[in-house]
Design a protein around this ligand. Sequence first.
Ligand SMILES: Cc1cc2nc3c(=O)[nH]c(=O)nc-3n(C[C@H](O)[C@H](O)[C@H](O)COP(=O)(O)OP(=O)(O)OC[C@H]3O[C@@H](n4cnc5c(N)ncnc54)[C@H](O)[C@@H]3O)c2cc1C
Length: 402
Amino acid sequence: MSDRNYDVIIIGSGAGGGTLARHLAPTGKSILLLERGDWLKREPENWSVEEVFVKNRYVSSDTWRDKNGKPFQPGVHYFVGGATKMYGAALYRLRKEDFGELKHHDGISPAWPVSYEEMEPYYTKAEHLYQVHGARGEGPTEPPASEAYSFPAVSHEPRIQKPSDDLARSGYHPFHAPCGIILNEKAIPFSTCVRCMDCDGFPCVVHAKSDAEVIAVRPALEYPNVTLLTNAHAIKLNTNPTGTAVSEVAVNRSGQVETFRASIVVVSCGAANSAKLLLMSANDKYPKGLANGSDQVGRNYMYHNSQAVLAISREPNPTRYQKTLGLNDFYFGTAGFEFPMGNIQMVGKSQGPMYKGEKPLEAGLAPTWTLDRLALHAVDFWLSTEDLPKPDNRVTVDGQGN
Ligand SMILES: Cc1cc2nc3c(=O)[nH]c(=O)nc-3n(C[C@H](O)[C@H](O)[C@H](O)COP(=O)(O)OP(=O)(O)OC[C@H]3O[C@@H](n4cnc5c(N)ncnc54)[C@H](O)[C@@H]3O)c2cc1C
C-alpha cells in the first residue's frame, strides 16, 4: 500500500461506514475511512439542552433547498460516527412482514429485494456489536431471532412501569424497547452509562451510548491497517478508463483536492449525501451520475414519519432514562383500521427549554405552568409510521454541487 492506494476506501464513518470499517479491520486489508467532519468534541455542552436543542450546536451549517427553492438547514451531523452521535439508540429490527409488500392507507409499500431471513444473521451480529439491551418474546409483532440479546432489557423507572402495567392490564402487549446503551444495572458504580436525561438527541460526553464512533470507529483504529482521515470531504468518484468500476476518490481537504485509489470503494455518506456524491460524479460516459442507469439514484427518499406526543399528567414524571417502553399492538392495524399504523415508543425525557416557542397557555394550561413544570409532568411518546417511497421525493444537485 502506498500513501494513496488502499484495498478498500469507505466514505463516511457513521452507522454504515463505521460499522463496516470495524467489521473489515481484522481482515488485514488496507482500509481508508474518509470522514468530512471532525471528532465530536467532548465538552460540557454535549449535555446542554440549550446548546444542543435550541442553538443546534452539533447540526451542520449546510444550506439545502426544497423543491420550491426555499433554503433550509438540514438535520445532518458531520462527525466521526455520523448521525449516531446524536441518535436515540433505539435499535429495533424491522418486522418480517416489512420485507414483503404491505398495503398502507396512502398506498403500497413495495417488497424488498431481500427477505427478513436473509437479513436476520446481520441483525443478530449488529445487536451484539452495538450492545443492544432487550428481551425477546414480549412484543406481538416480533420477528424470529436466532439468538438472545447479549444484554438484559433496561428496567423501567417507576413512572414508566406504571403505563406499562396499565397497558398490559388493558390487554395490550407493552415490551422492553431495545436500547443501545453501555449500561450495567447490576453494578452501577462500574457502569459507563449513568441513566441520564441527555441521551436521545444529545452526544454522550461519557461515551456511554452505543454510537458508531464508540462501538465501531475507535476499535477499528486499533488495527494498524485502518486509517481515518477527518475533515476529508469526498467530492467526486472517478471510474477506471473503461468505466466498469469506481477506482478513485477525489477528496477536498482544507481546500486542497487529493486523490485516493482502491479496488473497492464504499459510499456510506447517509441517504441524501450518498445520492449527492453519486450524482456529482457524472462524467462523459455516465452523464446522469454513477450507478444511475435506472434514473433512481436520489429518488424514493424516505424519512422518519414521526411525531412526538406528550401526555401531560397530574402526577410528575421524574424519569431520567425514559426510552425503555415500546408498543407495537397497532403496528399492522387494528379492528376498524386495516392499515399499518406503526410503532409507539418513548422519546428521551423532554426538558423545559426544548419547548421554546410552544405556548402552554394556549394548550389550556394555567399560567402557573412554566415550561419546566410542563416538562416535569410530561410523559413523552414517539409515534412512527412508514414513509412510502415516492419517485418524486428526491435529492438533486445543481451545477455548483449543492
Ligand atoms: C436525532 C436523531 C435520532 C435518531 N434516533 C435513532 C434511533 O433511536 N434509532 C435508529 O435506529 N436510528 C436513529 N436515527 C437515525 C440513524 O442515526 C441513521 O439512520 C444512521 O445514522 C444512518 O447511518 P448512515 O451510515 O447511513 O449515515 P450517518 O450515520 O449520517 O453517517 C454518514 C457519515 O458520512 C459523512 N459524510 C457525508 N458526506 C460525506 C462526504 N461527501 N465525504 C466524506 N464523508 C461524508 C457524514 O459526516 C457522516 O459521518 C436518529 C437520527 C437522528 C439525527
